[in-house]
Design a binder for this molecule. Structure first.
Ligand code: ADP
Length: 367
């Protein structure tokens, strides 16, 4: 409201000032011109110039011109103020809508959209704000779902573990074979809990300032080789073949070692997660030119629908949750993008639904 009043009056006075200056200018020019014309007229008068200038008719003529100019000036200014106020009110209406909507959003109502159409640059601002509200609404919905799912996902294995442990300690399970089975189940439920906690740790990484890089010169091929070794068991479990190809032309480059390792881990983890058993994954590094290199991770997994592709880097987004693994929380790729962008690089994805996906990380070669 304050902004509206302030701006509205400011614009009205600007209008007034503009027209006021024009009126004063016209006032002076007109007076000067009429004086000149009257002098020229008196040059022709028989009574002579001084007498003509001082004559009753002459003085009255000049006085009436003067007062007419004043009346025009005052009414003109009032009209300018009135029109300025009127125009600025319609000009400021969309801004009032913008203020109302941002207040609503700050209270947590992300459904609001600005409806105004101004046919000028303000439209760009309105479109950008509406997009931002849309994105906030999506994130908020996904966040709520995540909290609900996570509490369920954490409590299920815990309840199971508790049940098995109780049965074991009360000696309800007596047979050696059944005890072994119960222990196996406790182990797998514990692994699931560890995985879930790992996902929550990822969330902490995302919230921490991943734009802060601690750069050091490293052999990126070596770093990737080392990272892939930690996936040996996962690959074995799903009988997935990982084919690697490293470009030796890439020398040592300046990156944040831990963060790039996180990028490879997340992408490789996804490639395995979303691949069917006995699938194949290829991991390639390639120097594009003296300034850039590519890290390409290609799988033959479930693929991503075209309609989901624009959103997969968004926080908490999970394409087709029923097909996705239940452990993920949709932030792995958000972290990847954040880290790669902080390095001045970019990450792209291409995918064919049910056929597989390819993630290409492009990094600048900083020596
Ligand atoms: P999540 O923890 O769910 O894997 P991500 O941010 O890593 O979260 O990925 C977001 C979504 O993108 C996933 O839920 C999944 O649907 C899709 N996705 C990511 N990588 C792949 C892949 N290699 N193949 C198929 N879908 C993928």
């Amino acid at each position: 409201m304050r902004l509206k009043m302030n701006l509205q009056w400011k614009l009205s006075f600007l209008f007034l000032l503009n027209l006021g200056i024009t009126i004063i200018f016209i006032n002076f020019v007109t007076k000067y011109a009429i004086n000149q014309h009257f002098y020229q007229f008196c040059q022709l008068a028989e009574s002579g110039i001084p007498k003509c200038l001082q004559s009753q008719a002459g003085l009255q003529f000049m006085a009436s011109i003067n007062s007419s100019l004043w009346v025009v000036s005052i009414f003109g200014s009032l009209l300018a103020l009135f029109l300025g106020y009127l125009f600025s009110r319609s000009f400021l209406k969309p801004f009032q809508n913008i203020i109302t909507s941002t207040k609503q959003v700050s209270k947590g109502d992300y459904k609001i959209r600005i409806k105004a159409k101004t046919y000028d640059e303000t439209d760009e601002l309105i479109v950008a704000l509406n997009e931002m509200y849309g994105s906030l609404e999506r994130i908020e919905t996904l966040r709520k779902e995540l909290v609900a799912n996570m509490s369920h996902e954490l409590s299920t294995p815990l309840t199971n573990i508790y049940g098995y442990l109780e049965a074991l300690s009360d000696q309800v399970i007596t047979k050696k074979h059944d005890r072994k089975t119960a222990l196996k189940l406790i182990k797998s439920e514990t692994e699931r809990l560890i995985q879930l906690i790992g996902e929550l740790k990822k969330l902490a990484i995302l919230e921490s300032d991943s734009a802060q890089l601690s750069l050091s010169k490293i052999d990126i091929n070596q770093l990737i080789k080392k990272t892939t070794q930690s996936f040996t068991n996962k690959l074995k479990d799903k009988k997935i073949l990982l084919k690697t190809s490293f470009d030796d032309q890439i020398g040592k480059i300046s990156v944040d070692k831990n963060k790039i390792q996180q990028v490879i881990t997340n992408l490789l983890d996804n490639a395995i997660k979303y691949s069917a058993p006995q699938g194949a994954i290829t991991l390639t590094t390639k120097k594009i030119n003296n300034r850039q290199l590519n890290i390409i991770i290609k799988d033959q997994g479930i693929g991503i629908k075209k309609s989901d592709l624009p959103y997969i880097f968004e926080r908490f987004f999970q394409a087709d949750r029923s097909r996705s693994n239940k452990v993920g929380i949709g932030i792995g790729l958000t972290i990847v993008q954040k880290i790669v962008t902080a390095h001045g690089g970019q990450v792209k994805v291409s995918s064919i639904y049910k056929k597989g996906s390819t993630f290409i990380v492009t990094l600048p070669i900083l020596s």
